[in-house]
Structures are given as C-alpha cells and as structure tokens.
Design a protein around this ligand. Structure first.
Ligand SMILES: O=c1[nH]cnc2c1ncn2[C@@H]1O[C@H](CO)[C@@H](O)[C@H]1O
Length: 342
C-alpha cells in the first residue's frame, strides 16, 4: 500500500465488529498478566511471537484457552479490557463490539457478578478516558456444548448487563451445528439481543444457512465460505446480512492458503455487505489498520473505497442511529479534511 493510503487509514475513524476480548491482549498486556500468573504463557515478546504461530485451527483454540487462563481475577479482566481499548484508541477505533466468552472466564473464584462488574468498569472507563465506545457480544464456545450455552444465556439474561448487544457462537464448527443452540438463541432474541454467530470460517456454506435459518443470524462472524454458494451470497446481499471478515486470521489459521486466494473480492463483487476486522490481532500479528490495508489491496481500493469500508462497519453495528450518524459524520469530516489538504 502506498504511504499516503496508509496514513489515510491510520487517521480514519473506524468501528470494529469482530474482535475477541482475550484474543486482543497485546504482548504488553500478556506480559503484565503472565507476570501476575507465571507458568504456561511466555511473557518475553519473541517467545510469545513464536507461541502465536499456529499449525491449524485446533492448535489455535488450545493456545487461546491457555491465554484465557491468564485472566483469573476481576482486576485481570478489568486491566485486559481497558488496555485493549487503549490499543484501539491508538488506531482511531471509536466503536468496538468485543466478543466476550463468560463461560471461560466465570469460575467459582470469579463469579458472574464480579466478572460483569469488571467489564462494566472497563467499558465506562474506556468511553470516559479514551473515547472508545465498547459493546459486548457474549459468545457460546461451541466445543463445550449445550451446558456452556445454558451458562452463557443465563449470565446474559439473568443479569442486567449494560452494553450487551448480541449473542454469538465461537470455537469449532465441525461437529457443532449452529442449530444445537437454538433454544438459547430463541431466548436471547426474545430478550432483545442480536444474533451474531460464527459460521463458515472452518466449514462450508451449510453452516451459514444453518445460522440464518435456525438462529436468525443478523450478521455472520467470518462467513467466508459463502463465496462458494451464489444463492447464499444473493440471500446475504438481499437481506443485508453483513459478514464480519478477518482476512489475516483466515491465513494464520490456514482456512485459506494465502491472501491471494482470500474470497473477499468474490463476496464484494456479489454485493454481500462486509466489514473488515482483526479477530485476535496480536495472535495474528495484525491490527485494524493493517487489515484495512490488506482489504484495500485485495479490492484495489483508493481513499474513497477505504472510507466506504469504514462506513460499512458503522452500518452493520448494533448501536443506535444517533450514534451511527455521529460516527458517519466523523468519517465524512475526516475525508473532507483529507481531500482539502492533499
Ligand atoms: O476465529 C475464531 N473462531 C472461533 N473462535 C474464536 C476465534 N477467535 C477466538 N475465538 C474464541 O475461541 C474460544 C473457543 O472456545 C472462544 O472464546 C471464542 O470466542
């Protein structure tokens, strides 16, 4: 990417819709946590970079679960979440829907109430001090089955959780059809939460249809397998279902062979709404600015095209229209200022 487009991206106000809480812990944050809880995860940056090289999706999930173990106390949760927002602010990310997995974090030592209080403390602090508005998607880790779904639903629905906007599903797809969790999604949707499962990352288009037909999915995390199914792409376009795509993650987890083979251009050419995201940025050696650069490259975009990507993320966000208008206004003002001075 040319330097001018890179600096345009760096200053562009952005929203991120697909990014995992624990997967956002930067080497700086991991080092702080690993010092508190020495053992499994290396704290030295070089050793950590090696630790974050993944053989495949299953290997990634096992490492992810090890990093989850670093986040033990309410103070760990608060620190992680607030520091993630600090890294977002540095990239001009104004709004983020953070995927949080309470099933993995809530323990007898860290009860739901204390966990929820810690994320709320970070959320209000991030907005007040850093100008980053955080919202939550609570995800069911599919590998842990219906009991995990039940616990996630009860943490979400039996407590007042400010900032909670959606219910998701993460982890493996193979062997864990989305329809397994239909009861929890029915309850969550009746409660007013949005439906935003992972589908079509590690399995084919059938999982995306499953998510739409059985869970009423309003956005799909990843969803890149849709590129194999023209009827599905037409359905996504006609029904305005956004795919929250994370290109570098797909290469890092070997679900696509390399960026040249990434299906993003096929999806966009078919009119499917997409947003660009990081998934687990330090684990994949990326950040949101870099993902915008990757997308610009794949799609052959100039400044105007990149600004359209930023607006698409705002369009897909589960936040009120007043705020969306405000954020779109910020993007427009930035573009106008850029054009006036270059
Ligand atoms: O790209 C991803 N796909 C699926 N799950 C993911 C991804 N990144 C992070 N997680 C997280 O892995 C855990 C699995 O039990 C969940 O916490 C999920 O949020």
């Amino acid at each position: 990417m040319n330097p001018s487009l890179a600096s345009f991206v760096a200053g562009l106000p952005k929203a991120e819709l697909h990014v995992h809480q624990v997967g956002s812990a930067s080497p700086r944050i991991v080092a702080q946590l690993a010092e508190r809880h020495p053992g499994v995860v290396p704290s030295d940056p070089e050793a950590l970079a090696a630790y974050f090289r993944f053989d495949d999706f299953a290997h990634f999930i096992s490492i992810y679960l090890d990093v989850v173990k670093l986040v033990e106390t309410a103070e760990d949760v608060r620190l992680l979440t607030y520091e993630v927002a600090r890294d977002m602010a540095a990239q001009q990310i104004r709004y983020a829907e953070l995927t949080v997995t309470p099933y993995l974090s809530v323990t007898p030592e860290l009860p739901a109430e204390a966990f929820l209080e810690a994320i709320e403390d970070a959320r209000t602090g991030a907005e007040r001090d850093l100008g980053v508005k955080l919202r939550w998607i609570f995800d069911i880790p599919a590998d842990f089955g219906v009991p995990a779904a039940e616990m996630t639903a009860s943490i979400a629905l039996d407590h007042h959780v400010p900032g909670l906007v959606g219910l998701g599903i993460g982890g493996s797809e193979d062997g864990f059809p989305r329809s397994m969790f239909v009861e929890q999604f029915d309850r969550a949707r009746a409660y007013g939460l949005h439906s935003v499962p992972h589908a079509g990352e590690t399995t084919g288009p059938a999982t995306i249809w499953d998510a739409i037909e059985n869970l009423g999915a309003e956005r799909i995390e990843h969803g890149i397998a849709a590129a194999q199914d023209p009827d599905l792409m037409r359905y996504l376009a006609e029904n305005d279902i956004t795919l929250d795509v994370c290109p570098t993650s797909n290469v890092a987890l070997k679900v696509v062979p390399d960026l040249e083979h990434h299906p993003l251009p096929t999806l966009v050419a078919a009119g499917v709404p997409v947003s660009i995201n990081t998934d687990d940025p330090p684990m994949f050696g990326t950040d949101l600015n870099r993902e915008y650069a990757v997308a610009a490259d794949l799609l052959g975009l100039d400044q105007a095209g990149v600004a359209r990507l930023a607006r698409a993320a705002v369009d897909g966000a589960f936040v009120d229209d007043v705020y969306k208008t405000e954020l779109r206004g910020e993007i427009d003002a930035y573009v106008a200022e850029w054009n006036a001075t270059t």
